[in-house]
Write a protein that binds this ligand. Structure first.
Ligand SMILES: Cc1cc2nc3c(=O)[nH]c(=O)nc-3n(C[C@H](O)[C@H](O)[C@H](O)COP(=O)(O)OP(=O)(O)OC[C@H]3O[C@@H](n4cnc5c(N)ncnc54)[C@H](O)[C@@H]3O)c2cc1C
Length: 425
């Protein structure tokens, strides 16, 4: 048994940053992880290049964290994306900005980011124990007192930081172990659900796989509630799969499917694709009319090739009730209008999403009502801190979750070290 000022459980981005912030303030720190490697999920984020943060301003960052992003205002005020960039540049990791503010290491290698973080943790003298699952947090006399490992060994500390992540991609070590420890301290754990996850549809044309593998570039995907109200829309790229839709905008829309399902007690949720988000319906209709007039003797299915994704043409024409072999001059006006409407709003049904294990990010977690936003300390158990995805916070991919993890990790580490100092003095 050994004693530390601060114990951090979990060596993902939030836990590693918590160690650094605490050790930089002179605290003796123990980091325990159950895996053999630290930062495993960070190492596969951003397509294996590690999307370290996002360069957008704070309001925009928060807008891209639809799962309780506002809780982060306080943490972001003190340590935010600018600090994350300065931190990595200070460690010699040059960063570059890509589309939508996404920041990556110039090396394009996540390992450079993980190695720099772990290197800094070691340089500061943190004691690291890997391959050691923590079994429970020890609470004594209404206060945090330490941890017990699965092996039975115990370590004492007045400050323990839970940084165990969510439940997505469990092979990286995030298996939801932190929730029962928080519950044992009296915390509410909100229901967990998959976010940033592919969407499932039972449409016959999905089951027949006729569009499988087709990517749509720069379209708009929207989610609709049963009252006909648009809940959310995202613009960008998407992909048809053998079970539904995936790709960046499908992932972003996925959490809203569950929201509609729950709110309206329904399974099926309508989605719509706008193939021409920059054009009004009138402009799409006149472009269509123009193309048909240019090629009066051609079959309609051939006249629109090159303008509309070719593999979608038979499906879209059949939805508009048009036989693709009809020559352009034979298409009635009403059918042209109906077809233009479908190009602007091609509706199909989703029946859910893929599982939490397959999700990039876990929705739900330790309720924020019982956590101090300025310090990340529990409002219920003195000396217990939280950071990262174990909390009920989730953002879009694009560096937003990682920014939240680093910022809350820094805040928790700093305040845990300050609290520990009061016990030393
Ligand atoms: C494929 C993929 C791509 C992603 N891409 C992006 C992206 O581009 N942008 C973005 O913002 N986010 C992305 N994310 C999400 C982001 O990686 C996570 O939100 C972030 O890693 C969460 O950090 P964390 O420190 O809270 O937890 P984690 O990174 O999950 O780390 C938790 C750590 O706790 C350890 N642990 C768990 N239980 C125990 C225990 N009992 N004892 C000891 N240790 C334990 C685990 O071994 C693990 O090391 C992606 C996720 C995935 C899966």
């Amino acid at each position: 048994m050994s004693h530390y000022d601060v114990i951090v459980v979990g060596g993902g981005p939030s836990g590693l940053m918590a160690c650094i912030a605490a050790a930089e303030r002179g605290a003796s720190v123990l980091l325990v992880d159950k895996g053999d490697k630290l930062g495993r999920k960070l190492g596969i984020s951003g397509g294996g290049r590690c999307n370290v943060t996002n360069a957008k301003d704070i309001d925009e960052l928060i807008a891209h964290i639809p799962g309780n992003g506002r809780f982060l205002y306080s943490s972001f005020q003190h340590w935010n994306n600018r600090d994350i960039m300065a931190f990595f540049e200070g460690l010699g990791i040059a960063l570059k900005e890509e589309d939508n503010g996404r920041m990556f290491p110039v090396s394009d290698k996540a390992s450079s980011v993980v190695n720099a973080l772990v290197g800094r943790v070691k340089e500061l003298g943190t004691k690291i124990i890997t391959n050691s699952p923590v079994e429970r947090i020890i609470y004594k006399d209404g206060k945090t007192a330490g941890i017990e490992l699965k092996s039975g060994a115990t370590h004492t500390s007045p400050c323990v930081i839970i940084a165990t992540g969510g439940q997505s991609v469990p092979q990286t070590g995030s298996t939801g172990d932190g929730y029962p420890w928080a519950a044992a301290a009296g915390h509410t754990i909100t229901e967990r659900y998959p976010t940033e996850v592919p969407i499932v549809s039972t449409e016959t044309w999905i089951a027949s796989k006729e569009l499988q593998g087709l990517s749509l570039r720069d379209v708009e995907l929207s989610v609709w509630n049963p009252k006909g109200k648009r809940v959310i829309a995202h613009r960008g790229d998407m992909l048809f799969t053998h079970f539904g839709v995936s790709g960046p905008i499908a992932l972003r829309c996925s959490q809203f499917i569950r929201q509609v399902q729950r709110k309206f007690d329904t399974v099926n949720v309508d989605l719509a694709i706008d193939l021409f988000p920059d054009l009004s319906i009138g402009a799409v209709e006149s472009e269509l009319r123009h193309r048909l007039e240019q090629e009066p003797r051609k079959a309609v299915k051939n006249a629109i090739k090159g303008w509309i994704p070719e593999r979608m043409i038979p499906l879209l024409l059949s939805k508009a009730g048009i036989d693709g072999d009809t020559i352009c001059s034979g298409i009635p006006k009403a059918s042209i209008s109906a077809f233009a409407s479908i190009l602007k709003k091609f509706v199909f049904r989703a029946c859910g999403t893929r599982s939490l294990k397959e999700a990039f990010v876990t929705g739900g977690g330790v309720s924020l009502k019982e956590i101090q936003p300025k310090t990340m300390e529990s409002k219920l158990m003195p000396g217990l801190f939280f950071c990262g995805e174990v909390m009920d916070i989730h953002g879009y991919t694009g560096g937003y979750n990682i920014t939240a993890a680093f910022s809350t990790g820094y805040t928790a580490g700093k305040h845990a070290a300050e609290l520990a100092a009061t016990f030393r003095n």
